[in-house]
Design a protein around this ligand. Structure first.
Ligand code: C2E
Ligand code: MG
Ligand code: MG
Ligand code: MG
Length: 281
């Protein structure tokens, strides 16, 4: 009995694995094509002022509406794109689309996530400049979200690229702050304008007093260094109250808004009312 049970469980795992491998293969085969044929999409998650009342910026987050697999989240294809060298064309597509969309929302800063592999590519700054020129997007409205992974491998090259970007007027944010190894040293050495406190700190804040102490310290540290401090992953009113009282400058999270398609951003900002004739047709 136990033998056949074991065998059943084994074949269950095998079929699960087959399914995972099959899915991965589908995704791999289709990704190159999806990038080349404009099948990816950007959603935008608003950043709010500390009182939660005003939209102060928008973060572009890539999605893949797959014809058979449904909407695929970036965590499932960005690592694959990095492995297969597709992150370069993908990253360029994201920049161009974000700039084109961003022109509809004057006055707002558009944040774009950059993969370490993309950032370390020697043409990265030139490609940003090209995309800015081609789309006519104002460099001072661009904020690039970098992670520690950007600077760990070749700090000198990263520093040089960052200085070039700053000279163009581009803003630089350190994303997922607090999850890396030596964030404090990076803050002193590299010219960031902003830190985004990783949402794992907020997730555990209610459970442990230590997380609240860490968030408190990060906000004060960031403010003391003259940086804009943003918290990501704000989901509850309690978290909002706590962060506002600490003096966190900007807030982002499901409490205020999920990432939404560009058309919904228009509605949120009151730029274009929903086109009734289009939806009726
Ligand atoms: P990230 O840049 O740290 O983005 C924040 C992620 O947290 C987003 O997930 C967002 O939807 C999610 N989030 C925001 N507020 C909340 C909240 O209140 N609760 C919870 N549970 N989650 C929240 P998403 O869109 O799945 O993106 C995941 C990661 O994929 C991003 O993390 C970023 O590292 C990467 N990514 C997304 N778009 C791009 C892109 O265009 N290029 C590159 N290189 N990476 C990207
Ligand atoms: Mg980000
Ligand atoms: Mg983040
Ligand atoms: Mg993240």
């Amino acid at each position: 009995q136990s033998k056949s049970e074991g065998r059943n469980r084994y074949s269950f795992f095998v079929s699960q694995m087959d399914e995972a491998i099959r899915l991965r293969k589908v995704v791999e085969d289709d990704l190159r094509d999806a990038i080349a044929t404009d099948q990816l999409a950007l959603h935008y998650q608003p950043l709010f002022s500390a009182d939660g009342q005003t939209v102060v910026g928008l973060e572009a987050l890539v999605r893949w509406p797959h014809p058979t697999q449904g909407l695929i989240a970036p965590d499932r294809f960005i690592p694959m794109a990095e492995e297969r060298g597709l992150i370069i064309p993908l990253g360029e597509w994201v920049l161009r689309r974000a700039f084109t969309d961003g022109k509809r929302w004057p006055g707002l800063r558009i944040a774009v996530n950059v993969s370490p592999i993309q950032f370390r590519h020697r043409d990265f700054v030139a490609k940003v400049v090209d995309a800015l020129e081609e789309t006519g997007f104002d460099a001072t409205r661009l904020e690039l979200e970098l992670t520690e992974g950007v600077v760990v491998e070749d700090a000198d090259a990263a520093e040089a690229a960052m200085m070039e970007l700053r000279a163009l007027g581009v803003h630089l944010a350190l994303d997922d702050f607090g999850t890396g190894y030596s964030s404090l040293i990076y803050l002193r050495r590299f010219a960031f304008d902003k830190i985004k406190i990783d949402r794992s700190f907020l997730e555990s804040m209610e459970a442990t007093g230590e997380s609240a102490i860490l968030v408190h310290s990060i906000v004060h540290l960031g403010r003391a260094l003259g940086l804009t401090v943003t918290a990501e992953g704000v989901e509850t009113k309690e978290q909002h109250r706590f962060l506002q009282a600490l003096g966190c400058h900007q807030l982002q999270g499901f409490l205020f808004s999920r990432p939404i398609p560009a058309a919904e951003v228009d509605v949120l900002l009151g730029i274009a009312p929903p086109d009734e004739s289009a939806s009726a047709a």
